[in-house]
Design a binder for this molecule. Structure first.
Ligand code: MN
Ligand code: MN
Length: 308
């Protein structure tokens, strides 16, 4: 049994899964006994990346303290986004590119946070710092995460460091970033085979904002109408989740990965506040968010200011 689990956030995206794999690989090269696991099922986009580069899918777990005493967090730090029993294990390290909130430990730890577009960009730098070679398959899934988190380097979260890391990783992986990137993003946009519940859960996070509990989900598409046609069923599912989990508002971002805009569906009583925060208008629960693709940079901070 591995002594240390490495995992990204719940409702894992490609960065959450692959940063667990790449960071675990690095830690094992450095002499530790770690294993990457996933706090939720793997999305179509992530499966495409793992299968393309022949990397095993990490085991899915919901609790960790029944199996290990020590863990390493990647691509998140907030307790709401982590394992349900995160308070029962020791966090040895965190590598992340998100806001730090609702996070405390009993012991000193390694904490590496950088305001870059992807956790794997930081892990790329860690490989360099430790002079550990990145194998082709690991490079391929790290590149996939940068493409996914930055929407092929077009998101406002993307930095020069992400671009440099992506180019170096594409070289090692032996793929053309542009063509592979479009294939990867498209692999994650199939929605017709998913239930409303699955669409809401696929990439959703809960954020405490002031005294409010805010849920923000995101779905990548190439055809927004495919989602808007299901608006009433989605709103019904958002109501059920909000009642069960105590969300004060639930926003589902529907991001067009080719146009780099989003449309959003809002459930909850704070329409006026959300529109003010995001500088838009709402009609029948639907908001258009021109040029907005990043939940982390263009949605969550604006809502946090509004509700704090
Ligand atoms: Mn993530
Ligand atoms: Mn990330």
């Amino acid at each position: 049994m591995s002594k240390i689990f490495v995992f990204g956030h719940k409702s894992p995206d490609t960065d959450a899964i692959t940063s667990a794999v790449s960071f675990s690989y690095l830690q094992n090269k450095l002499g530790l006994d770690t294993k990457p696991v996933a706090l939720g099922s793997i999305t179509d986009e992530t499966a495409f990346a793992l299968d393309y580069f022949n990397v095993a899918h990490p085991e899915v777990v919901s609790t960790v303290s029944d199996q290990v005493e020590q863990v390493m967090l990647v691509d998140h730090n907030e307790a709401q986004q982590s394992a349900d029993d995160i308070d029962k294990v020791e966090v040895l390290s965190v590598v992340d590119h998100h806001r730090i909130a609702n996070f405390q430990t009993a012991n000193p730890l390694y904490y590496r946070a950088e305001p870059v577009g992807c956790t794997n960009t930081i892990i790329f730098k860690l490989f360099k710092e430790k002079s550990i070679e990145i194998p082709k398959d690991i490079a391929g899934i790290m590149l996939s995460a940068i493409i996914s988190d930055t929407l092929l380097l077009k998101s406002p979260t993307c930095t020069e460091e992400d671009i440099a890391a992506a180019e170096a990783l594409a070289d090692i992986a032996g793929v053309n970033m542009g063509t592979y990137g479009i294939d990867l993003l498209k692999a994650g946009t199939k929605t017709t085979d998913k239930s409303e519940q699955e669409l809401l859960d696929a990439d959703a996070k809960t954020f405490p904002m002031g005294d409010k509990k805010v849920r923000v989900g995101q779905v990548n598409v190439v055809d927004v109408d495919e989602i808007l046609e299901r608006k009433s069923a989605l709103l019904e599912a958002m109501k059920i989740q909000s009642d069960a989990e105590g969300y004060d508002l639930f926003l589902l971002l529907v991001t067009n990965v080719l146009e780099n805009d989003s449309t959003a569906i809002l459930y909850g009583p704070y329409e006026k506040e959300v529109c003010e925060a995001l500088d838009t208008t709402i009609e029948d629960s639907v908001l258009f968010l021109k040029g907005i693709v990043s939940r982390k940079k263009q949605v969550v901070p604006q809502l946090t200011v509004k509700f704090s």
